[in-house]
Every structure is written in structure tokens, then in C-alpha cells.
Ligand binder design. Structure first.
Ligand code: C5P
Length: 408
């Protein structure tokens, strides 16, 4: 196939790629190449840190332009001043955006070329963060990101998965192909669209703990990751999101208001208090049974056997679906180990849901504690499979489907 037959969705766009100082900088080489393949004209600016990982020469060869690294380079300034470069760009793409760079951008620093360009431009800015997962999950980074998002900065990624330092978690730079697709208005771009603006979305996530006595409880292995990712995705699309979270140690996604609860009864109360809403997504693994009474003192070892007196907990999801204030969409999750479709469809009907999202738990890959998952969504007259992917990416794809069903 000749080059002219390839789709060139970024044809004529002038993109300024600002490369931050992280190991993911090597992926930005591929990004520049792909942006040019997509028809964009690309210039590159690098921070001092970025030059520790990749050379200016590589970016120069790939972009076809000299690379800018300093505010104090008189020859480069004579050819094209930094203000001129900031004005030249139709969009600035910061990739990788390190925690430090996000902080400096959020606070309006102009202490190097890249931050000065970002401050001096009136063009839209996209950031593709990449960093260690603990840095990504730090409240300082979350707050900086919230500021940038509020300011209209487009945020792509990061992805969940193995990180350079041998750990795993959210913090990987999005794949260059995904970044290009987003910039070109592909799938991920719809996730960045504010198509849930004006909607109130309530999400439940995580396990519940049902106290037996002051030191023991009945719990389950839900990590809360899926529900948190769904809440984050809905907030990115402009929804007002209330996240009712069971006991989990996860940072609150940007733009989400969180209510922490422990038991199914507390979760029910918090969910009902968060209504009315347009959408309810019940991603929590609510205990089905709770002790009839939580005894005030530690249960003593007595006989050979101990029988627990458990009673059914209220079905929060079914109760939300039966609200007189009709929600536009009520979505449940079903964790199944066998006959997935049969049981999921049964719950869809019995609980009068608009959609149920089934996942197979108890398999080696995916499920409760994993960062990865494979899901199938069922609704009255349809279904959609979601192949195994990081939960953050799945959440965006699920929100795409939820928006689709909302408008169906
Ligand atoms: O019936 P099952 O517990 O498998 O259904 C799972 C779905 O129902 C999940 O969406 C879960 O959040 C919701 N649920 C609930 N209240 C319960 C039990 C489950 O909201 N007591």
C-alpha cells in the first residue's frame, strides 16, 4: 500500500511534542514517528531530564526539525523564538508527562523551556503521564491532575501493567498508537469527550465487611479496582460522580466525591442517600449475609463447633432499580465461576436491571484482585464481550457502552 492510501487523520496539524524526563521517553520516539505517519507536522522540545534518556538527535531525525531544549539557546531562538514556537503549535502533547512536570504545569511554572512553552501557548494541551505507580497514586499527583483537567487539559492514560522498575500498577505511558488514535478522535477520544456532563452517576465499589465481634468480620476478596476505574472514567466524561467505597486502600480518583463505608447496611444507606441520580453502577461485592447481631465482646472459644447466625443483607442494586425516581440506567456486576451467561441474565431479569456486566472469578488471570479483567455485558436484547485488558482501559470501554445504551 502506498503512503497516500493510508489514513492521515492528523493531516495538516502542527503538533509540538514536549518530552519529559522518564524512561518512557523512548516510547515518544515511536509517538513522533506515528504522528508524522498520521499526517501531522511535528516539532519536539525536551526537558533536561528527557535528554538523560534519549538524544536530541533521534528526535531530530524522526521529526525532521531541530529539537529545542533550552530557553537560553541564542541560535535556536534566532531561528524561531520560544513564543513563536508556542504560537506555531495547534496542540502541545506532553509525553511522557512525569509527576514533576505535571506539578510544574499545574502550578504555572515557567522554569524551563517545556513549561514556558506550555504557559505561553493558547493551543490545547494533551498530557500522557508516565511514572512509578506510587507517584501516580500520590494525592499530590491526583490534585495536580485535577487542576489540569479542570483547566481543560486532555489526559491520556496512564495504563496499568508492568513498570520499568519491575513493579506493576498504573503508570505506564499509553501506547503511542493509542495516543495517536486519541488525538485523531478515535475510541479513547470519546472517553475524553464530556458526554456525561450534567449527569449524576453513583458507583459502589469494593467489598463490604460484616462485623462478627470487635475483632472479626466476614469479608471478600474484591479489590475495588474495577469500580474505582469506572468512577474515574465517568468523571473524565464530565459526570458528577459519587463513589460509595467499601474498605479498600485506593486513592480517590480525580473529580470524584467519595463516601467510605464498611458494611452492606452502611453501603445501602450511603447509596440511597446519594440518589436521585441518572446512572447507578453497582460494582461492589456486597456481602450476601451478615451476622444477625454483631456482639459487643470478642467471641470466646468454647465448644468444638461455632455456628454463626447470618441473615440476608438488603439487595442494594435491586432496591435502586426499583426506585420510584426512575434512573436512566442501572448497571450491575455479576462475579460468576460457572455458567456465566445463564446466571448473569438471571440477575439482569430478577433485579430488573438495564445491564449486567459479568466476569469470571476464580480463574488464574483476571477477576477480583487482578489489574486485568475480561468481561461480558448483557442487556435485554444484546451482549458485548470485552477482551482481557487493564481495568482502567476496560472501564473506558464500559463507559462507552453505557453512554451508547443511555442513548439507545
Ligand atoms: O446477586 P449477586 O450478589 O451476584 O449480584 C451482584 C450485583 O448485585 C452486584 O452489582 C452487586 O453490587 C449487587 N448487590 C447489591 N446488594 C447485595 C448483593 C449484591 O447491590 N446485597
Amino acid at each position: 500500500m502506498t503512503g497516500s492510501l493510508e489514513p492521515r487523520p492528523l493531516h495538516g496539524q502542527r503538533l509540538l511534542v514536549c518530552v519529559g524526563g522518564g524512561i518512557a521517553a523512548y516510547k515518544s520516539l515511536e509517538l513522533v514517528r506515528r504522528l508524522r505517519d498520521a499526517g501531522a507536522e511535528v516539532q519536539v522540545a525536551m526537558t533536561d531530564g528527557a535528554q538523560q534518556f534519549v538524544t536530541t538527535l533521534s528526535f531530530q531525525a524522526l521529526s525532521g526539525h531541530p529539537v529545542r531544549t533550552s530557553l537560553w539557546d541564542s541560535a535556536a531562538e534566532a531561528a524561531m523564538g520560544h513564543i513563536e514556537l508556542a504560537r506555531w503549535a495547534d496542540r502541545i502533547v506532553v509525553a511522557p508527562a512525569t509527576a514533576d512536570l505535571l506539578a510544574r504545569l499545574a502550578h504555572g511554572f515557567a522554569n524551563d523551556l517545556v513549561t514556558t512553552l506550555c504557559l505561553a501557548t493558547t493551543a490545547p494541551i494533551t498530557v500522557a503521564p508516565a511514572m512509578n505507580h506510587r507517584m501516580w497514586q500520590h494525592p499530590a499527583t491526583a490534585a495536580n491532575l485535577a487542576v489540569l483537567r479542570e483547566r481543560g487539559v486532555q489526559i491520556i492514560g496512564p495504563e496499568d501493567g508492568p513498570l520499568a522498575e519491575g513493579e506493576s500498577g498504573p503508570g505506564r505511558l499509553s501506547e503511542p498508537g493509542d495516543i495517536v488514535a486519541t488525538l485523531a478522535g478515535g475510541h479513547a477520544a470519546t472517553a475524553a469527550a464530556r458526554d456525561l456532563a450534567g449527569m449524576r452517576v453513583v458507583v459502589s465499589a469494593g467489598p463490604t465487611y460484616e462485623d462478627l465481634d470487635p475483632v472479626r468480620y466476614l469479608g471478600n476478596r474484591s479489590s475495588g479496582k474495577m469500580g474505582f476505574a469506572v468512577a474515574a472514567s465517568a468523571a473524565r466524561r464530565g459526570a458528577e460522580v459519587v463513589l460509595v467505597a467499601g474498605p479498600v486502600h485506593l486513592p480517590t480518583p480525580a473529580g470524584v466525591s467519595r463516601v467510605d463505608v464498611r458494611s452492606a447496611a452502611q453501603m445501602r444507606e450511603a447509596v440511597l442517600a446519594a440518589l436521585p441520580a441518572d446512572i447507578y453502577i453497582g460494582a461492589a461485592a456486597v456481602a450476601d449475609y451478615a451476622p444477625r447481631v454483631a456482639v459487643p465482646n470478642k467471641i470466646k472459644k468454647t465448644g468444638e463447633k461455632l455456628e454463626l447466625d447470618l441473615v440476608r443483607t438488603p439487595d442494594i442494586l435491586a432496591e435502586v432499580a426499583a426506585q420510584t425516581q426512575a434512573l436512566k440506567l442501572v448497571v450491575g456486576f455479576a462475579a460468576e465461576t460457572e455458567n456465566v451467561e445463564h446466571y448473569a441474565r438471571g440477575k439482569l431479569k430478577a433485579k430488573r436491571l438495564d445491564m449486567i456486566i459479568a466476569n469470571r472469578v476464580g480463574i488464574a488471570e483476571g477477576g477480583f484482585e487482578s489489574d486485568q479483567n475480561a468481561l461480558t455485558a448483557y442487556w435485554k436484547d444484546g451482549e458485548r464481550e470485552f477482551a482481557s485488558a487493564p481495568k482502567t482501559r476496560l472501564a473506558d470501554a464500559l463507559m462507552d457502552l453505557i453512554v451508547e445504551r443511555l442513548n439507545a
